[in-house]
Design a protein around this ligand. Structure first.
Ligand code: ADP
Length: 657
């Protein structure tokens, strides 16, 4: 058998490819657009939230900065309020002692004169105050000789006593007294020595301001010496002596002495028995001394800057006469609580730290300069317990994501509906075109031959009655064929429009076979066919449409007739198999190639169009068979070998009635 050039006349999406591509684009492009927009929107949302947060904290930090600036203005005013004519130790004492509040007190101040000369810490008493470098009397030299060369402290003590008498200067006289006491102690005359120290040096108001060559107040040294000699807190002389010494050491207002002496006395007093530290500015004195050792030149004014000492900051007044020093930790201890009060923001903590020393913390949200007076410091905002706006941003973003998902899903559904609609429309249009083409084609030939025959008969050109009869038989056959064709068209058309409603009644399979055989009997006989009918006895009834089932068998028998050649043997069978009713039509005709077995059930498909036209087919018979069998819940298949014949088998479910 020759296979005709097959073309997919029933292609369901032929030509739809580009359109579906466009539809896909119609989903993909807006989806990409929506996703891009979402990405932008999410980024913007985060930026907006961050911006909001920054604005909010910036406003808050502006307030904090004002507080910090105010703090320094207060300090500046307090430092500047110093009486310029007051003695330096008085100024120092005023700034570092407890008289001032935490907010005002400096850890230490260093004072300079108008000529940038260091005034405090006092390195040595001014020469104006002391005549310690004055002439020593002749007895002094002899006393020193006795003390250090002769090693005769007792004799030396007497010589120093002479020197005291000879001295015209109160300072020399006091120095000689001190030396006399020292020698008496060396000569193991402790009480005599104490008498000189307490009774004369410390007790005589004339020696109140007497100094040694390094500017140190001798009366105070004498007191300390006496205390060390007594070394017993229970001694009646000890406490009054210690009190008197403490009063003078702490008397920044009235008593000027070298800072080193004051520091030494403070520390010595602290270490004496029964003496506890009582707020002495030991650290301030030490700091001042360390600072002037390291500092060269004057620091910048009007702002806090690093001092040469580790962890110590300096603040110089604009006139530079006074430099206040602050321990970094003390500053933090005072400023951070102040900042905390004025930056009570939910979810954030503001701290102050010198620039470069801020904690490298991922929770740090922003940093800002700490104000005009602290250019080397920064305020740091750290978010605690998560970002308060992040939750709002996340909510917005979730809303965006859901909106985008809904838009995309909506688009996809819309496009699917449109695609389905368009596919259906395209299929219907193709079907219509195929139907019109087939109908016009299939009708043209038989109608033309009928017309010729009818014309011949009308014109009475027929030779004899036999020929007339032959013509009439041809006309009748063509008429019959056209009727079958029209039946198939109508059935098909109704099927396609879903207008074909099948009955659902009990059907006797044997009756179906009988009716079908009856329908084709005449044709088969005329064609010289042998039709074997094998119906198994007692076949169960099936539920269905008897007419439709007859149509199935008639179509199969019709095909067996059309596609048989010399061997005109057709068998129709009805039997049960595995709970199904099997109706089969077997022929020994031209058969089908393996690849055609599936295709033959498609609409308008014909293996050999020329052959089908000759036999009066239109490619709808088997598709009608499949449609009806499907509607009955059954299956149809074909076994065939080219040149040997085909067997079409219909399986229908047997249902209990
Ligand atoms: P047609 O009206 O053309 O016969 P059908 O749908 O009934 O259309 O059959 C489709 C095609 O299947 C036919 O054109 C024919 O080529 C092939 N065919 C159908 N039945 C047989 C058969 N019994 N033997 C061989 N070929 C067949």
């Amino acid at each position: 058998m020759k296979a005709a050039n097959w073309k997919p006349r029933d292609s369901r999406i032929g030509g739809l490819g580009p359109m579906l591509g466009l539809l896909l684009l119609a989903v993909l492009l807006p989806t990409a657009g929506v996703l891009w927009f979402m990405g932008q929107a999410m980024r913007n949302e985060r930026l907006v939230v961050r911006q909001k947060l920054e604005d909010s904290y910036s406003r808050q930090l502006a307030g904090v900065r004002e507080q910090v600036d105010g703090f320094w203005r207060d300090r500046l005013a307090s430092l500047a309020g110093t009486d310029a004519t007051a003695p330096p130790q008085q100024v120092f004492g005023k700034h570092v002692t407890m008289e001032r509040s935490d907010r005002e007190r400096a850890d230490c101040v260093v004072l300079y004169g108008p000529d940038s000369r260091l005034l405090y810490p006092e390195m040595a008493a001014s020469t104006a105050d002391t005549a310690a470098s004055g002439q020593r009397p002749p007895a002094w030299g002899w006393a020193e000789h006795l003390e250090y060369i002769e090693n005769n402290p007792l004799a030396a003590a007497t010589a120093y006593a002479d020197a005291t008498e000879q001295a015209s200067d109160i300072h020399i006289s006091a120095q000689a007294l001190h030396a006399q006491a020292r020698c008496l102690v060396k000569a193991e005359q402790r009480d005599a020595g104490l008498n000189i120290l307490i009774g004369r040096l410390a007790g005589d108001p004339r020696y109140h301001d007497a100094r040694d060559p390094r500017g140190r107040l001798l009366a105070l040294n004498a007191q300390l010496y006496a205390l060390e000699l007594i070394a017993d807190a229970h001694d009646g002389r000890f406490a009054p002596l210690a009190d008197a010494l403490r009063r003078r050491v702490l008397d920044y207002d009235g008593t000027a002495m070298p800072s080193a002496q004051r520091l030494f006395l403070m520390k010595s007093l602290e270490s004496l028995p029964g003496q506890a530290p009582c707020g002495w500015p030991v650290e301030a004195e030490e700091l001042a001394l360390r600072y002037v050792e390291q500092q060269s030149g004057l620091p910048p004014t009007g702002q806090l800057s690093r001092s040469p000492l580790e962890g110590v900051w300096q603040f110089a007044l604009p006139d530079r006469h006074l430099v206040a020093l602050y321990e970094e930790q003390n500053l933090l201890d005072v400023l951070n609580p102040l900042i905390a009060v004025h930056s009570a923001a939910a979810g954030a903590a503001v701290t102050l730290a010198p620039a470069g020393q801020e904690p490298a913390d991922p929770a740090v949200f922003m940093r800002l300069p700490a104000g005009e007076f602290m250019p080397d410091w920064q305020l740091t905002v750290r978010l605690e317990g998560g970002n308060p706006f992040a939750a709002a941003a996340d909510r917005q973003i979730t809303l965006l994501i859901w909106t985008a998902i809904l838009i995309i899903a909506g688009l996809a559904v819309l496009v699917l509906i449109i695609a389905r609609y368009l596919t259906r429309q395209a299929r219907l249009t193709r079907l219509k075109n195929d139907l019109i083409a087939t109908v016009s084609h299939e009708l043209k030939t038989p109608l033309a031959s009928v017309r010729v025959l009818v014309d011949t008969l009308i014109e009475n050109r027929c030779g004899d009655a036999n020929q007339t009869r032959e013509y009439l038989e041809i006309i009748a056959r063509e008429n019959l064929r056209l009727s079958r064709l029209m039946d198939n068209f109508l059935t098909f058309s109704r099927m396609e429009r879903n207008k074909r409603a099948f009955a659902s009644i009990e059907v006797n399979p044997a009756q179906v076979v009988t009716d079908a055989v009856e329908a084709v009997r005449e044709r088969y006989e005329a064609g010289g066919f042998t039709l074997n009918v094998e119906v198994a006895p007692d076949l169960p009834k099936v539920i269905g449409d008897p007419d439709a089932l007859v149509t199935v068998l008639v179509n199969l028998l019709d095909n067996a007739y059309k596609y048989s050649r010399e061997r005109k043997q057709v068998t129709v069978k009805a039997a049960t198999d595995n709970g199904t009713l099997v109706l089969s039509v077997e022929d020994q005709g031209i058969g089908l190639a393996r690849r055609e077995l599936k295709r033959v059930f498609s609409r308008f498909y014909q293996v050999d169009q020329r052959l089908s036209r000759e036999t009066g087919g239109c490619g709808l018979g088997l598709s009608i068979v499949r449609f009806i069998v499907d509607a009955h819940g059954g299956r149809v298949d074909v076994h065939s070998q080219p040149g040997k014949g085909s067997a079409f088998r219909v399986r229908l479910p047997i249902r209990a009635s």
